[in-house]
Design a protein around this ligand. Structure first.
Ligand code: NAD
Length: 446
């Protein structure tokens, strides 16, 4: 399962050979941990033209001395910037795009390896096609920058639908941290108003209860661990057959194990019975299976097993828990899609249908769940993540899957877990109905 090529390219002969042969050179990613709590360098703020926001963007990181006024260049003796944030909310026509070039062009050579580029734009207007063209241009621009920047750097676009910059706080915190190491080339649209800030930003889920399905191993176990790190009391659900693994995951984070097949008819009742006070704040639908075959060879059983676990159970438990008010206001539902649900994949008509279905569910339910229950509904869409699921993929396809993204490597379960924790953070109330790909900007469905 280990990515031996990534280790090899970090050695002297590996560096020599990959350079000479023109092979992919993945950069080791700096992920969040006790020794890496931030990006380790200054953040520069630039503005293209005049900002359309009501106030300054909320940034936790220290700004460079020239960071707030948009003047050119960093000082010669200044450390290399770890991130640049471009406020492009006021870009309203083609001429304004020159300001995007002039703001970022001088910084591109100095941005530190593993650095971040975050472009903040506005929603393309339905009434002004010049503004819409210019704002849509930012998407092509950012996605291209993500592809060419290299060195483990990422670039993402955040669209604000209101002039209140506070709505972007949790999203900027996530994108400007090591927690988003495997998120690149993405567009997030923020709706709604500024949510209340967490009492303790290091433990935004303190006092909250989370349920994670499929938590015995892989991505689900990492999600449970990260939600517990962020302060949540976690109920870890998995099939009864997962036994010891499930107990181990739950014990390690002082959580509760709930052995239960999520497709059983009374699953929602049994979940509610296992919740303290019968309520939760964070519902993570992570359990998922594959039963791959081309459609010509796929039995009805293989088809329905995948649809039952990956989609029907997600719909049923979400409906049941929302209907009985078991998800507290300010809570969140995070479902797990896949890039296969966006791009499609040979041999995965059942799986891709189920994961595309999850995306449909999220987009449709999100505004209604927010209005009726005060709950956000989002999805993560992992790309190639190093787990037992992908270890079972044949060697050649596995190696292609790993490299065919802008970061030239597979992600780790913790990358999906960090994205899930960001969506579950009560401060992310303005993030609703979004499908966040955690795929290193995979070429599939890009
Ligand atoms: P995994 O197979 O390692 O873990 C899945 C877990 O779900 C297992 O512990 C399994 O027992 C549990 N599960 C399966 N059916 C269940 C049921 N009926 N009730 C309760 N639990 C059940 O998989 P993973 O790689 O960690 O994937 C987790 C999620 O991420 C899945 O939804 C998967 O489709 C999705 N995903 C994974 C990748 C990847 O590259 N690994 C990519 C895209 C999407």
């Amino acid at each position: 399962m280990a990515d031996r090529y990534l280790h090899f390219t970090g050695t002297a002969p590996g560096r020599f050979l990959t350079r000479r042969l023109g092979l992919p050179r993945p950069a080791p990613l700096r992920r969040f941990g006790p020794a890496a709590t931030d990006l380790g360098g200054p953040v520069i703020l630039r503005t293209a033209g005049r900002s359309a926001l009501d106030g300054p963007l909320p940034l936790d990181e220290p700004l460079t001395p020239d960071g707030t006024d948009g003047t050119a260049g960093t000082q010669a003796e200044a450390p290399r910037p770890a991130a640049v944030v471009l406020d492009a909310t006021g870009v309203a026509g083609v001429a304004d795009l020159a300001g995007v070039h002039s703001a970022l062009h001088p910084l591109m050579r100095s941005l530190a390896p593993g650095g971040r580029i975050v472009v903040v734009g506005a929603r393309p207007s339905a009434d002004d096609h010049h503004q819409a063209a210019a704002q849509q241009a930012l998407e092509g621009f950012t996605r291209s920058l993500a592809k060419e920047t290299g060195g483990g750097r990422t670039a993402n676009l955040v669209r604000l639908t209101s002039p209140d910059p506070a709505a972007a706080a949790s999203t900027l915190r996530f994108l400007l941290s090591p927690k988003s190491a495997y998120v690149s080339g993405q567009v997030l649209e923020l709706t709604g108003t500024a949510p209340a800030a967490a009492a303790d930003p290091a433990r935004p889920l303190a006092g909250r209860t989370a349920l994670v399905t499929g938590a015995a191993r892989g991505i689900g176990a990492a999600v449970a661990e990260v939600l517990a790190r962020d302060g949540a009391r976690v109920i870890c659900l998995d099939v009864p057959g997962a036994g010891a693994d499930l107990e181990r995951t739950a014990d390690a984070l002082d959580g509760t194990a709930l052995p239960l097949d999520i497709t059983t008819g009374d699953a929602a009742d049994r979940i509610v019975a296992a919740l303290p006070g019968g309520e939760l704040d964070v519902l993570v639908h992570n359990a998922g299976i594959t039963r791959d075959r081309r459609l010509a060879n796929m039995s009805a059983d293989r088809w329905s097993q995948v649809l039952d676990v990956n989609l029907a159970a997600v719909l049923d438990t979400t409906d049941a828990l929302l209907k009985r008010g078991a998800v507290r206001r300010g809570g969140s539902v995070v479902a797990t899609a896949s890039i296969a649900g966006i791009a499609g994949n040979t041999g995965q008509t059942n799986y891709a249908a189920s994961k595309a279905g999850v995306i449909g569910l999220v987009r449709s339910l999100a505004p209604r769940a927010a209005a009726a229950h005060g709950v956000t509904v989002n999805a993560v869409a992992p790309g190639f993540i190093e787990t037992r699921m992908t270890a079972a993929v044949p060697l050649f396809i596995r190696e292609a899957g790993r490299r065919m993204n802008s970061l030239a490597q597979g992600g780790l379960p913790v990358d999906v877990a960090e994205a899930t924790a960001y969506l579950a953070d009560p401060a992310s109330g303005a993030v609703n109905g979004q499908v966040l790909r955690v795929c290193g900007q995979s070429l599939l469905g890009a």
